[in-house]
Design a protein around this ligand. Structure first.
Ligand SMILES: Cc1cc2nc3c(=O)[nH]c(=O)nc-3n(C[C@H](O)[C@H](O)[C@H](O)COP(=O)(O)OP(=O)(O)OC[C@H]3O[C@@H](n4cnc5c(N)ncnc54)[C@H](O)[C@@H]3O)c2cc1C
Length: 441
């Protein structure tokens, strides 16, 4: 029954690092991480928002003390019209804090990864960098991974935490599933905040919807500001369907230049102090990054039967490798962290003899996670559509609606929370309590 010990984790991003920590901490297992890139490339990825459901998991992983000084606590989202006036102020944290004890934070990806890496050291979890996988052999009672440098490793379980372009998925689990483009891309940058803002503003997000995309800013720790311009961008000509990443790499400079031009036109239309402030930020930006937003289509496999019919599957996808959603729900990291807590809890039950095999564990994992991922995917797609090109009239109607709602809600003294819903109150540990033992052989 209890045949787990050495756990091979492919990918040292948020999912792989969090999985390693949790499995060492909660299951007393021995994880080992293999990462494709070298340690210096953790700087990829800009700034991330993590809502209450994800912050709760960071607490449970024991990371709060290291996350706190590197993150900012966000209180509200201020929505501006293109004329620069404030249309609406949406409280993004109070209700979640009241109900769960956790709010909404923002943290740079580089800092999140560093906090997680520091924690792996506390548990003596080795991380091997510059490792590219070549093949995976699932023998039913163990799994062996071979790398392109000729080395290999064998463990009792392999977790594919290697992100949206996962090699574990392509080589072993589900070669038919490929990331699909959402139609939306963004340019963004993190800059030192040179303006003398009102100190209360260091807890606010700001955004404006325009006929040609959405502009937004978010505070980061260390007096920096993250801004992005998110808009509809067609797939580049000739990118084909073979390797979308190569298509974007070839065209990235053109796309970046086009986005910058279109940003400049959009900025000309945003007026008032807010418009001026945005212009200042964009002008001060040195490194501007371009990200086309992809997602993994729903319905793909997260594990496959073992090559040995007598054995149990030994390879499972987690995080973006299994179910990347386009980033417009701001739930990518939280979904990955929930995966980790659920898997670890199910493995504790397996270690206690409540499930006959890893097949039972993986089946339960799949049943519990699918509906949640589907729901978050729908939210992300709906939010993404807001960024598509639309007529000035459509934008005007939306602005008018938001302005009216603000006044009506104020008149009735109602909460301004527009984002609170079950998604951020969700507690994955509650699911675990309802899991019944699978039939023992
Ligand atoms: C522009 C943008 C904005 C986003 N904003 C937010 C946000 O505000 N909030 C939020 O929660 N989420 C956001 N996300 C999503 C979030 O970044 C991901 O959901 C999250 O990083 C998933 O973590 P992961 O570890 O599964 O994958 P990744 O972060 O992609 O990490 C995968 C790791 O595996 C490594 N790897 C890849 N291939 C291999 C291989 N073959 N072998 C070994 N290692 C490999 C990679 O180098 C990387 O270190 C955003 C994403 C984008 C693109």
């Amino acid at each position: 029954m209890y045949d787990l010990e050495r756990i091979i984790i492919i990918g040292g991003g948020p999912t792989g690092l969090a999985a390693a920590i949790r499995l060492a901490q909660n299951n007393k297992l021995s994880p080992i991480i293999y990462e494709l890139r070298n340690p210096g490339t953790a700087s990829l990825g800009g700034s991330l928002g993590i809502p209450a459901n994800g912050v709760r998991v960071l607490h449970r992983l024991g990371l709060w003390d290291s996350i706190l000084p590197r993150s900012v606590d966000i209180a509200k989202n201020v929505v501006h019209s293109t004329s620069g006036s404030v249309l609406n102020e949406v409280d993004v944290a109070s209700e979640a804090k009241n109900q769960t004890g956790f709010g909404y934070i923002r943290i740079n990806r580089v800092d999140l990864v560093q906090c997680l890496r520091d924690a792996t050291q506390e548990y003596d979890i080795p991380i091997h960098y510059d490792k590219q996988i070549q093949s995976i052999d699932d023998l039913g009672d163990s799994v062996t991974v071979t790398f392109t440098d000729g080395t290999s490793d064998t463990g009792s379980l392999l977790l594919g935490c290697d992100g949206i372009h996962s090699s574990v998925r392509r080589i072993h689990v589900d070669a038919e599933i490929a990331p699909e483009y959402s139609g939306i891309s963004a340019i963004s940058s993190i800059v030192d905040d040179v303006t003398n803002r009102d100190p209360r503003d260091t807890t606010s997000l700001h955004s404006t919807l325009t006929p040609h995309g959405m502009l937004a800013t978010a505070p980061c720790a260390a007096n920096q500001i993250f801004w992005f311009f998110s808009k509809e961008v067609p797939l580049p000509q000739g990118s084909g369907s073979v390797d979308v990443r190569d298509g974007w790499m070839l065209h990235r400079q053109n796309e970046l230049a086009d986005c910058r031009n279109s940003l400049s036109n959009v900025l000309d239309c945003v007026q008032g102090k807010w418009g001026k402030y945005l212009r200042q930020l964009v002008d001060a930006s040195q490194d501007v990054h371009f990200y086309p937003h992809y997602r993994i289509p729903l319905g793909g496999r997260w594990f496959v039967s073992s090559d040995n019919p007598q054995g149990s599957p030994r390879v499972l996808l987690l995080g973006d490798a299994a179910h990347a959603v386009q980033p417009h729900a701001g739930q990518g990291v939280a979904m990955a962290l929930e995966d980790v807590i659920l898997l670890s809890g199910l493995l504790v039950q397996y270690q206690d003899g409540d499930h006959a095999s890893l097949q039972g564990v993986f089946d339960r994992f799949d049943q519990i996670r699918r509906p949640r991922i589907q729901r978050i995917n729908e939210v992300a797609m709906r939010n993404g559509r807001m960024r598509r090109n639309q007529s000035p009239w459509a934008v005007w109607c939306k602005e008018w609606y938001m302005w009216t709602m603000l006044r009506i809600n104020r008149f009735w003294g109602m909460s301004m929370s527009g984002v609170l819903n079950g998604d951020v109150l969700y507690d994955v540990e509650k699911e675990l309590k309802q899991v019944k033992p699978t039939e023992l052989n």
